[in-house]
Ligand binder design. Structure first.
Ligand SMILES: Cc1ncc(COP(=O)(O)O)c(C=O)c1O
Length: 401
């Protein structure tokens, strides 16, 4: 059974229809297939030289000192919090507008995720609301670069430094992205990427944690493989030894060479993929600028947006249908969509455990009612993009107030 890490792959209503434009198609080509097959034939399937190469390539690509490959973005976030020393009873600030993984990892430590509202235009964590959420127990902030647009990192970092908090960026959407000329992956204390099937580059499942701090990198590497002292994977090679020491009760988060084989090839095409998504974003922006009922995403001047997602907001007061009906109408026109995200405070677990109400986070609660993520990926043809635009336009026209 396919268990997607978010709802993106679940939204296709008619996945077998030839005309259907799915919400996402991974950009897997012959290079990835060849590389994976070569790895399968090599006899070395799990963490080995391919993972090492992927880490080196990734560190060079973002311009950081250390990149630690793991088997999911969630694992990267978990290891990052462990590395900076999160403990039971601590508090970690997390935006409510995110996927559950961002907050769930805090709960792994019996620490408390403290939710903060988003900005109504970028959907990113609102730094002006940070100070009010900080207590004597707060140890870290996890900004999420929503859809691939960097958060206001200067503001977030300066508040964090003032209160001696660590900043772990959730960059699951933000490859490649930059903030004021600095590549995401080099800005905060530790940055966590995801290579889940719908992400901008994919290894099926996978993740990477980047940092310039050698101690944190070493800790994450060790904890990703049972807390075994360094280079454990070498023990099955000619240079390796059978001897190893467990220095901490770690996790089983190592990436396989099979997955890394795909990652190495995907990373080579990361810029090309970005250009393709950027072209689609520009087409959408231009087309939707003419429609009052549809607001394209706000893109700040000081960022390079990764365009992992293209999230439109509906002006519901101008329409006779709601967001769900709009999604259904797009489905009837054979267009797959998704919603990023159902804010955490609206989910039963977070609502019941922490007593959050919709009014506690007015921006996220309002935005949630209005957002739709449209397809945006390199495998879309110009005709596909045109069909999405036409569908949005015609649904809008037919349902104008
Ligand atoms: C914002 C965000 N954070 C974290 C994750 C978790 O990444 P992964 O699925 O690789 O564990 C995801 C999505 O899957 C995400 O969208």
């Amino acid at each position: 059974m396919l268990l997607p890490a978010d709802s993106s792959l679940l939204t296709s209503k008619h996945p077998m229809h030839s005309e259907f434009i799915p919400f996402h198609k991974p950009a897997i080509g012959e290079d990835e297939i060849r590389s994976v097959v070569e790895t399968l034939r090599s006899g070395w399937l799990t963490t080995g030289s391919k993972v090492k190469r992927f880490e080196e390539d990734f560190a060079r690509y973002v311009g950081c000192k250390h990149a630690v490959a793991v088997n999911s973005g969630t694992a990267a976030l978990h290891l990052a919090l462990d590395a900076v020393g999160i403990k039971e009873g601590d508090e970690v600030i997390v935006p409510t507008m995110t996927f559950t993984a961002t907050a769930e990892v805090v709960l792994y430590f019996k620490a408390k995720p403290v939710l903060v509202d988003c900005q109504p235009d970028t959907f990113n964590l609102d730094p002006t609301q940070l100070e009010a959420a900080i207590t004597s127990k707060t140890k870290a902030i996890i900004p999420v670069h929503m859809a691939g647009q960097a958060c206001d990192m200067n503001e977030i970092l300066s508040i964090a430094r003032r209160h001696d908090l660590r900043v772990i960026e959730d960059a699951a959407h933000a490859l490649p992205a930059s903030y004021r000329g600095k590549t995401i992956g080099t800005v905060g204390d530790i940055t966590c990427f995801s290579f889940y099937a719908t992400k901008t580059i994919t290894t099926g499942e996978g993740g990477m944690a980047t940092t310039d701090n050698s101690e944190w990198a070493e800790r994450m590497r060790m904890m990703s493989l049972h807390g075994i002292s360094h280079d454990a994977w070498r023990r099955y090679t000619k240079e390796g030894s059978w001897y190893y020491e467990v220095v901490s009760p770690g996790f089983k988060y190592n990436l396989t060479d099979i997955a890394a084989a795909s990652g190495i090839e995907q990373l080579k095409k990361c810029n090309e993929f970005w250009q393709a998504r950027q072209r689609i974003a520009l087409s959408y922006e231009k087309a939707f600028a003419e429609i009052d009922e549809v607001q394209p995403p706000l893109c700040r001047k000081d960022v390079q947006h990764a365009w992992h997602l293209f999230v439109i907001q509906l002006a519901l007061d101008r329409l006779r249908i709601n967001r769900n009906q709009f999604i259904d109408a797009l489905g009837e026109k054979e267009i797959g969509t998704s919603v990023h995200f159902i804010p955490l405070h609206l989910h039963p677990y977070y609502r019941d455990k922490f007593g959050y109400k919709p009014a506690d986070f007015p921006n996220a609660s309002t935005v949630f009612e209005r957002i739709i993520s449209l397809p945006i990926y390199p495998k879309m043809t110009e005709a596909d993009v045109e069909r999405v635009i036409e569908a949005v336009k015609s649904i809008t026209q037919q349902n104008r107030r």
